[in-house]
Each structure stands twice: as structure tokens, then as C-alpha cells.
Design a protein around this ligand. Structure first.
Ligand SMILES: Nc1nc2c(c(=O)[nH]1)N[C@H]1C(S)=C(S)[C@@H](COP(=O)(O)O)O[C@H]1N2
Ligand SMILES: [Mo]
Length: 406
């Protein structure tokens, strides 16, 4: 038996037997679209032209060929904001990061303070929106609500900054503290809109892995990616990687909010899924660690390739930090699979680039597919096996690209 098809490979957090759960009889379409929306491509400040899914708030998607690179350049890094009113100029002489709430000594830190008074740390990590690849749910006949991202709501960068733990310890967390809330400088269009406020448990905040970053790939962060400071939470979906970070509030109690309790949640059960189109009122839990995933950077869909070419199929794979064990490729639509070559290792939270040299022998149409397995045996599900959630989060099914050999 092809090991990739064995259900016992499906590790924790993956979708066990979801294909039976999501049979044709039970799955319902929420949205029926006859043609795909093609976003315009426009250059925003500090950015090369990117697919503009919305301009207010800015939602900019990276192109698929970005996945031929292990590090995503800042000017092609995707952008996602929830509020339209984002500062376009910040004076670093005035800007302060406030550390407040249940602490012995509240702090007001400039970017210079962070750079000069704390130990610098650096990490290469994937930043992926929980809604990345959401539009592919629709292709499985199980459309979902939310921004219909392709795969381009993720990137991988080298982040430099200081440990959140070090900042909190400098302020002195009180014994009563249980949560840490974070928010940035942007404002809602109307006061009634909930603020983009995120919370984490105090243990997570003090774990040492979370960084307040002031540099991205050796440069200041672009404004659209959160200048001057943002949180970096390696291995986790980016909904809590708060940008233009201006307030860190240590709290004794959890504060209920739209962005924590409704958005960015999945069903609170083992498969983190429900039957498509079923009741939305399931018990929820916040999305957290990322699931194993790989995407093809080259060739891009509908590439026409001359017969006899040596095609260097290229892409990236990653997971929540367990490490990629293997990336398999199929050039016959999933009938047979071969291993790809894993390229340079940039660290456990980074993209793992992979390559495969393909010499197509005959003319015709081909479907290239890739499938990654991590070191704890989690494997990407086939699209027909992926579980559904109403928010369309955590899509990680096998990626495929059609090409033509002429
Ligand atoms: N201040 C602030 N930070 C934020 C958000 C936001 O709306 N405001 N969105 C979050 C979400 S959901 C995502 S996917 C990432 C996007 O990061 P990027 O725009 O740098 O790619 O930022 C996160 N941090
Ligand atoms: Mo997101």
C-alpha cells in the first residue's frame, strides 16, 4: 500500500476519516460562484505590485512564484489588516511601547530602548494567516466565509528583536497575572467596531519564544507589516502577531472580545471540523499552531513547457516547528509519488525549500501535486479529505498545479 494513503499516518490534529463525515449527501455549498474573482495587481507604499483583495483595509496577496524562495522579500510580503485607519507615519522620537496592567513597574519603551537595553534575538519564521488558502475549500465543494485568499497569505522572514519575556520581566509581572493582552496603533472606522485586541496566557507570554521584532530581513519593518514593532510567535498562525504593537497589558482576567472569541476559532473537537454547511454554533477554540503544509512555487498553474525540458519543480514546506521529514511529489495526478530533495535548513520554524527535477517524456496535460510529512508523522490530507470549519481556517490540503507539455 502506498504509505501516503494510509490513514494511520494521520497524526494528532489531522483529519481522521473526514471524507466519510463530509460525504456528498451532507456537504452544502454556502457560496456558489460561477467565475473566480481576479484581484487587480497594484503597488502599495514599500511594496512591489501585489494582488489587491481589498484596499481598505489593505489585503495584499503574494504571488505564487514567491514560493521558489526560502525567504520572502519585504516588498512582496503579503499584508492583512482588519481596520481601515492605519497610521502612515510614525515618529520614533514619540513612539513608545507601553507595558502596563498587573506589573510592578509600568514601562514606556522607545525602539531605541529595545535595541540598546535588551538582549537581541533573531529567528527565521513563517508568518501565515489562519485564513491562508481559504479559497481552496470552495474547490472541494465546501466554500467558507471570509477573505478568499489563495496560498499567498503567508511568507517567511528573518525577525530580529527582543524576547517578550525579557520585557515582561523588566516590568515585573505580579503574581495575580494570568493573561497578556496586545494591541496596535490602528483605529476602527467607527467606535462601535471592536478593536483588534489579542490575548495569550501568561505562561505563553513568558515562554521565551515570542519576540517583539523591530527588524524584518535586516531592515525596518515595512509600515504595512507593522513598523516599528510587531509580535512574532513562531509556529503559530499570525492572528496574534500584532503589528504596530503599542500596548502590552498584563491582566488578571481574560477579556472577552470579538477577535478572540468569534474570529480565528475552529470547532473544539479532535478534527477541528464539522460537516460543511452545518450549524455554525459549535463550541469554539482559537486556532493556534500551524499544520504541516507544502506549496508549489514553480511551475505556476497553466505553465506551458517544451517537451524534453528539465523542469526544476520548486516549493516550500513547513509545519509548527517539529520539522519537515519528507516532501513527496506526484506528476501523474496522485497515482505515484516520489521524494523531492530537501534543500537548506533555515531552522525549525522556517520554510524548508524542496526541489525535484522532472523530465516529462510525452506531450499532454499534467497535474503536479506535493505532500509534506513532518517529523511527528503529520501528513497533509488530500483535498477531498480535509475537514471543514465555517471560518475556512487552517487549510493545508495537498497542493496541485496543472501544466501543459507541448
Ligand atoms: N495591529 C494589527 N496586527 C495584526 C493584524 C491587525 O489587523 N492589526 N492582523 C493579524 C493577522 S490576522 C495577520 S494574518 C497578520 C498579517 O501580517 P502581515 O500583514 O505582516 O502579513 O497580522 C496580524 N497582526
Ligand atoms: Mo490573519
Amino acid at each position: 500500500m502506498d504509505p501516503l494513503n494510509r490513514r494511520n499516518f494521520l497524526g494528532a490534529g489531522l483529519i481522521l476519516g473526514a471524507s466519510t463525515l463530509l460525504g456528498k449527501e451532507t456537504s452544502q455549498k454556502i457560496v456558489t460562484e460561477s467565475h473566480e474573482f481576479v484581484p487587480p495587481t497594484i503597488a502599495f507604499p514599500e511594496k512591489k505590485p501585489l494582488k489587491v483583495i481589498s484596499d481598505r483595509p489593505p489585503l495584499l496577496e503574494s504571488p505564487r512564484d514567491i514560493f521558489t524562495r526560502a525567504i520572502t522579500p519585504n516588498d512582496q510580503f503579503f499584508v492583512r489588516w482588519h481596520m481601515p485607519d492605519i497610521p502612515t507615519y510614525i515618529d520614533l522620537n514619540e513612539f513608545r511601547l507601553q507595558v502596563q496592567g498587573a506589573v510592578e513597574t509600568p514601562l514606556s519603551l522607545s525602539v531605541d530602548d529595545l535595541k540598546s537595553k535588551f538582549e537581541p534575538v533573531e529567528i527565521t519564521s513563517v508568518l501565515q494567516c489562519g485564513g491562508n488558502s481559504r479559497k481552496y475549500y470552495a474547490a472541494t465543494g465546501q466554500a467558507t466565509h471570509g477573505v478568499q485568499w489563495g496560498h499567498g497569505a503567508m511568507g517567511c522572514a528573518i525577525w530580529k528583536g527582543v524576547r517578550l519575556k525579557d520585557i515582561l520581566n523588566r516590568a515585573g509581572v505580579k503574581g495575580s497575572a494570568r493573561f497578556v493582552g496586545v494591541n496596535g496603533l490602528e483605529k476602527p472606522a467607527v467606535d462601535e467596531t471592536p478593536k483588534f485586541f489579542r490575548e495569550m496566557e501568561i505562561d505563553e507570554a513568558l515562554s521565551g519564544e515570542i519576540i517583539v521584532a523591530y527588524s524584518m530581513n535586516g531592515e525596518d519593518l515595512p509600515y504595512l507589516n507593522g513598523f516599528p514593532l510587531r509580535l512574532v510567535i513562531p509556529g503559530h498562525f499570525s492572528d496574534s502577531w500584532v503589528k504596530m504593537l503599542s500596548e502590552i497589558t498584563v491582566m488578571d482576567q481574560y477579556r472577552k472580545s470579538f477577535f478572540m472569541d468569534v474570529a480565528y476559532t475552529v470547532p473544539d473537537n479532535d478534527c477541528e471540523c464539522v460537516i460543511s454547511g452545518s450549524d455554525f454554533e459549535y463550541k469554539r477554540k482559537p486556532i493556534a499552531v500551524m499544520k504541516v503544509k507544502s506549496v508549489i512555487g514553480y511551475p505556476t498553474p497553466n505553465t506551458i513547457i517544451k517537451k524534453g525540458s528539465r523542469v526544476k519543480v520548486t516549493g516550500v514546506a513547513f509545519d509548527q516547528g517539529k520539522g519537515i521529514k519528507e516532501v513527496m511529489i506526484s506528476v501523474d495526478g496522485g497515482k505515484s509519488w516520489s521524494p523531492t530533495a530537501l534543500e537548506k535548513d533555515y531552522g525549525k520554524f522556517a520554510y524548508r525549500p524542496w526541489t525535484f527535477v522532472w523530465e516529462p517524456k510525452a506531450k499532454g496535460e499534467y497535474t503536479i501535486m506535493v505532500r509534506a510529512i513532518n517529523r511527528i508523522g503529520n501528513i497533509q490530507p488530500l483535498p477531498e479529505d480535509i475537514g471543514w470549519n465555517a471560518g475556512g481556517y487552517q487549510y493545508n490540503a495537498v497542493d496541485s498545479v496543472n501544466v501543459k507539455i507541448v
